[in-house]
Design a protein around this ligand. Structure first.
Ligand code: MN
Length: 231
């Protein structure tokens, strides 16, 4: 049987210092995983368990270029995040075994139509219009977990036009990477190709066309994007 049309190829993430790519299957995102960010959003962290939303894999953008200012918003926000790349199947894994499923890490941006997210939140509606935004899952090259020291003291920093807007350390994560994987694996058969955006520190804010965003986490390849004209 012939296909009616051809879809774009599956998105891939480059691997730092290697001639290899990591194909992407799903994108999970953790909400409210830094206490100071939850506070600035007028909410509290649920310390019992993380919660999630998803972005379609088609929203993935490799950093280094420009993304458009998306339609339907007047409050387009950056969120700097540690991204975890799953490299082995994980289903109902314990916290103790969860790190066996990690292939590596990258810097990422969970770009958000904040006005639409907050409007949805206020009406107890899903966040898709605010979060599942075309070209909103920005990611840098992956670094293998074996090349990364234990997570904790690394700083996570975001600047806009050279000015620091977000600054924290990975030790500030409420739900740690193994805790997230163990919890999420109770609901999904995690598999190679699954990315987890682990949440953003305080200091989120709006960008406008022409702005340049730089993000870095100690030990990982830094990322940079510019915001293009409104569509
Ligand atoms: Mn986020």
């Amino acid at each position: 049987m012939t296909s009616l049309f051809t879809l774009p190829p599956a998105p891939v993430v480059p691997v730092a210092d290697k001639d290899a790519t990591y194909p992407v299957h799903r994108i999970f995102c953790v909400g409210r995983n830094y206490a100071a960010h939850a506070a600035e959003m007028g909410t509290e962290v649920d310390r019992e368990a993380p919660f999630y939303f998803t972005k379609a894999p088609s929203t993935l953008v490799v950093a280094g270029g420009q993304i458009p200012y998306p339609p339907g918003t007047e409050n387009f926000h950056y969120e700097m995040e540690l991204v975890v790349a799953i490299g082995a199947p994980a289903f109902r894994v314990t916290v103790e075994r969860a790190m066996d499923a990690v292939w590596g890490y990258a810097c990422g941006l969970d770009m958000t139509r904040r006005d639409l997210q907050l409007a949805a939140r206020a009406k107890q509606r899903p966040w898709d219009l605010g979060k599942d935004v075309e070209q909103s899952a920005v990611i840098g090259p992956l670094t293998p977990a074996t090349d990364m020291p234990p997570l904790g003291p690394q700083s996570i920093v975001l600047t806009v036009n050279g000015e620091v807007r977000q600054e924290a350390t990975l030790a500030d994560l409420i739900h740690s990477v193994p805790e997230i994987i163990a919890h999420l694996s109770g609901f999904y058969h995690l598999q190679p190709g699954d990315l987890i955006y682990t949440g953003t520190p305080a200091g989120v804010g709006a960008v406008v066309p022409g702005d340049r965003i730089d993000g870095r986490i100690d030990g990982l390849t830094p990322i940079s994007i510019t915001i293009g004209a409104a569509e």
